[in-house]
Design a protein around this ligand. Structure first.
Ligand code: FO1
Length: 310
C-alpha cells in the first residue's frame, strides 16, 4: 500500500478497470466521475458511469457486458416488452433497485454526491466515488444520416443506435451552469497525483473537464496530471472513441489523445505498440511513458498502476 492520494478523472468501463488496480495500492483513492451519460428513463434517474464503477469495484459487475450486474434477470424488461414499452436500454431486475433507490433519494432532496456515497457504502467500497457535479449535465450528440442535424441523447447514440452513425456535433447540455462539487474541489487539491483514465476523451472525459473550473484546476497542476491513452495502435479497445476522433478531425492515435490533453496533462502513458510515437508526444511538451496498457492482459493492470504511481 503506497501512502498516496490519487484522484482519477473517470468515465465508465475503462476507468473502472484502472480504479480496481489502484484501490488495492493507494491510501486514498477518489474517482471523479462523468455524469453526462446520465438520463431519466421510465421516470428513473440512471447514472451509468457511476454505477459501472460501483459494480466493478464491488466485484459485482457483469464481466461479459462491462456494465450492469452479474447474474442478472430481466423479468421487468420482459414485462415492458409485453406492453410495447421502452426496452432498448436493458435494465436488469437487480440493477433496477439501484435506480429506484437513487430516484427516491433525489426526490427526497439528497444530492447525487450523497446518494453515490450511500450506494458505495452499501457495497462496502473503500474509495470515494464523486460525481463531478450535482447539477444536471446531458451529453447530446448531433448525427448525420437520414435525419441530418438531429440532436439525440448520448444513450440514444451509444445504445439505441449502437454508436454506428457518424457524429457531427457533441454538446454537454447544462455544463454552462453546472459547477464542480466541493468534494471534487477538495479531492483535486489534496491529490498527490491526478490520473486521466483511459476513457473516451470526447464523450467521457471532456464532459468532466468542461464543468466549472475543472480544466483550470488541472492546468495549474499539470505536472501532477498523468493521462493513459485509450487509443492503442490507432484503435479503441471498446466503444466509439476512435471513430469520434476521426469524425472530429483529430489524429486518431496516442498523439491525438496527448495533444487533446496537452494543456492539462504533463505526462502521457501510451502502449508499447505505440512506442514510436513517444518523440511526437514529447514534442508537445509532455513526458511520455511507454508501457503495456491493455489491462485485460494478466499482470498489466498492476504494473500499469505502479507505473502511474511511480
Ligand atoms: N450499454 C449497452 O450497450 N446496452 C444497454 O442496454 C445498456 C444498459 C445499461 C444499463 C445501465 C447502465 O448503468 C449501463 C448500461 N449500458 C448499456 C452501458 C452504458 O450505456 C455505458 O456504460 C455508458 O453510458 C457509456 O460508457
Amino acid at each position: 500500500m503506497i501512502d498516496s492520494n490519487v484522484a482519477v478523472i473517470s468515465g465508465g468501463v475503462g476507468a473502472a478497470r484502472l480504479l480496481r488496480g489502484f484501490h488495492r495500492q493507494v491510501e486514498q483513492l477518489t474517482a471523479i466521475v462523468n455524469v453526462g451519460d446520465d438520463m431519466v428513463l421510465h421516470g428513473l434517474c440512471i447514472s451509468p458511469d457511476i454505477d459501472t464503477i460501483i459494480y466493478t469495484l464491488a466485484d459485482a459487475v457483469s464481466t461479459e457486458r462491462g456494465w450492469g450486474l452479474e447474474g442478472e434477470t430481466w423479468q421487468a424488461m420482459g414485462m415492458l416488452g409485453r406492453y410495447g414499452g421502452q426496452d432498448w436500454f436493458s435494465l436488469g431486475d437487480k440493477d433496477l433497485g439501484t435506480h429506484l433507490f437513487r430516484t427516491q433519494r433525489l426526490h427526497e432532496g439528497a444530492t447525487l454526491t450523497a446518494i453515490t456515497g450511500e450506494l458505495s457504502a452499501a457495497w462496502d467500497l473503500d474509495l470515494d466515488i464523486l460525481p463531478v457535479s450535482d447539477d444536471p449535465i446531458h451529453t447530446m450528440v448531433t448525427i448525420q444520416g437520414p435525419d441530418t442535424g438531429t440532436e439525440i441523447s448520448f444513450q440514444d447514440y451509444f445504445v439505441a443506435r449502437q454508436h454506428s452513425v457518424p457524429v457531427t456535433g457533441i454538446r454537454f447540455d447544462g455544463v454552462g451552469t453546472a459547477i464542480e462539487t466541493s468534494n471534487v474541489v477538495a479531492a483535486l487539491e489534496q491529490a498527490d497525483r491526478i490520473v486521466i483514465a483511459p476513457s473516451n476523451p470526447l464523450v467521457s472525459i471532456d464532459p468532466v473537464l468542461a464543468v466549472g473550473g475543472i480544466r483550470q484546476r488541472l492546468a495549474i497542476r499539470r505536472d501532477d496530471v498523468i493521462g493513459v491513452s485509450p487509443i492503442i495502435g490507432g484503435e479503441a479497445l471498446k466503444g466509439p472513441a476512435a471513430r469520434l476522433m476521426t469524425e472530429f478531425g483529430m489524429e486518431c492515435s496516442a498523439v491525438g489523445v496527448a495533444s487533446h490533453y496537452s494543456d492539462i496533462c504533463g505526462t502521457m502513458v501510451i502502449d508499447t505498440v505505440d512506442s514510436a510515437l513517444a518523440p511526437e508526444i514529447e514534442a508537445l511538451g509532455m513526458r511520455c511513458i511507454v508501457t503495456d496498457t491493455i489491462m485485460s492482459e494478466p499482470g498489466v493492470l498492476e504494473s500499469l498502476c505502479q507505473t502511474l504511481l511511480a
